[in-house]
Design a protein around this ligand. Structure first.
Ligand code: ASN
Length: 305
C-alpha cells in the first residue's frame, strides 16, 4: 500500500518513470496505428445509466445524481456498439472502474481503476479483429524495442510470430482446470489465443454460435506468466437475441432499457479491449502493475490519491 511514508520512494523509483514513459508511447503508437487503419477515436464514457455487467464478482460503483444513479464505466462495450450507428470503426482510451474484491490484491495485474484501449468494427468477424490485435501488438513491440527506455526493461520483449496460436477454452479447461489462464501463461513463450468460451463463463453480449452455448469470442494470453492481455469477440446485435441472453444471465432488463431501445438498430460487429497498464507491464517486464500508473489503486485498499 502507498502511504505518506513510502510515497517518495515510489515517485523516485526508476521503474515507475520508465513504465509511465512507455505507457505514453504505447498510447501514441497504438492510437496512430488504429487511425492509419481508418479507426476514429471517440471520447471515453465515464458515467452512464448502464455499463458492462461483467461475469465475475465485483462491487458496483455508482454515483447519485438528482434522484438517479449513474454507473461508473466497467467497460464501454455498449457505447462502442452504439457509436457504430455512425462510424465503421472506432476506438477509445477508456478509463474503467472495477471495484475488484481484495483477493485480487497481490496478483500484480489488477488495478481498480485502469485504462482499456477499446476497439469495435462494424460488420467485422472475430478473425478480422484478431488480426488487427496481432498486427497492432507486433507493431507496438517492434517500435518500443527501439525506444531509449528499452535498455532499462527487465528484458527486451520478444517480437511475437504471426499468426498467434489458438486453443479452445474447452481444451484449456480440460487440460489445466480452473487456473488454466495462469498455467498456460506460465508455459508459453509466445502470446496465445483462447477462443470459444462457453456461455456460463462470459457476459451476454458476446455472440453465441446458433444455440450451441459456445461464443464467438476470445482472450489473448501473454507469455512468461503475465496473464490475460485482452478480451473480445463478435457481438449479439439482434434485439430478440440480446433480450434472450440477458434473461438467461438473469440481468435486470430495466437497468438496460435505454440500451435495449437502441438495440433494435445495432449492426453486427466485433471488437476487443486491451488493458494499457497490463500491456505496459508486459512490455517492460515489470511484475508489479503499480509502476504503470502514478496513482495506482489496488483491490481491497483505500488508495492514497
Ligand atoms: N472491452 C471488452 C470487449 O470489447 C469487454 C470487457 O472489457 N469486459 O469485449
Amino acid at each position: 500500500m502507498l502511504t505518506s511514508k513510502n510515497l517518495l520512494e515510489f515517485y523516485e523509483d526508476e521503474r515507475m518513470k520508465i513504465a509511465i514513459k512507455v505507457g505514453s508511447k504505447i498510447r501514441a503508437i497504438a492510437g496512430n496505428f488504429l487511425r492509419s487503419k481508418g479507426f476514429i477515436e471517440i471520447p471515453p464514457v465515464i458515467i452512464s445509466p448502464f455499463t458492462d455487467p461483467l461475469a465475475h464478482e465485483l462491487i458496483d460503483a455508482k454515483i447519485k445524481y438528482y434522484g438517479n444513479e449513474f454507473y461508473l464505466t466497467k467497460s464501454m462495450i455498449f457505447h462502442k456498439q452504439i457509436a457504430l450507428l455512425t462510424f465503421d470503426k472506432i476506438f477509445s482510451f477508456s478509463p474503467n472502474v472495477r471495484l475488484e474484491t481484495e483477493d485480487k490484491k497481490n496478483t500484480g495485474r489488477h488495478l481498480i481503476e485502469f485504462t482499456q484501449l477499446d476497439i469495435e468494427a462494424r460488420n467485422a468477424d472475430r478473425s478480422h479483429v484478431m488480426k488487427i490485435a496481432e498486427d497492432m501488438l507486433v507493431h507496438l513491440i517492434k517500435e518500443i524495442r527501439k525506444c531509449e527506455e528499452a535498455d532499462k526493461f527487465e528484458r527486451l520483449p520478444p517480437i511475437p510470430k504471426k499468426p498467434f496460436k489458438k486453443i479452445k477454452f474447452e481444451e484449456a479447461y480440460h487440460e489445466y482446470g480452473e487456473d488454466y489462464e495462469e498455467a498456460i501463461s506460465n508455459e508459453i513463450e509466445e502470446p496465445i489465443w483462447i477462443v470459444d468460451f462457453p456461455i456460463w463463463k462470459r457476459e451476454f453480449y458476446d455472440r453465441e454460435y446458433n444455440g450451441s452455448g459456445i461464443l464467438a469470442d476470445m482472450d489473448l494470453i501473454y507469455p512468461e506468466g503475465f496473464g490475460e492481455a485482452l478480451s473480445g469477440g463478435e457481438r449479439e446485435y439482434e434485439y430478440e437475441r440480446i433480450v434472450e441472453r440477458m434473461k438467461k444471465s438473469k440481468i435486470d432488463l430495466k437497468i438496460y432499457s435505454n440500451y435495449l431501445a437502441i438495440a433494435k438498430y445495432l449492426h453486427p460487429s466485433a471488437g476487443f479491449g486491451i488493458g494499457i497498464e497490463r500491456l505496459t507491464r508486459y512490455i517492460c517486464g515489470f511484475r508489479d502493475i503499480k509502476y504503470a500508473n502514478p496513482f495506482p489503486k489496488l483491490p481491497g485498499e483505500y488508495a492514497y490519491f
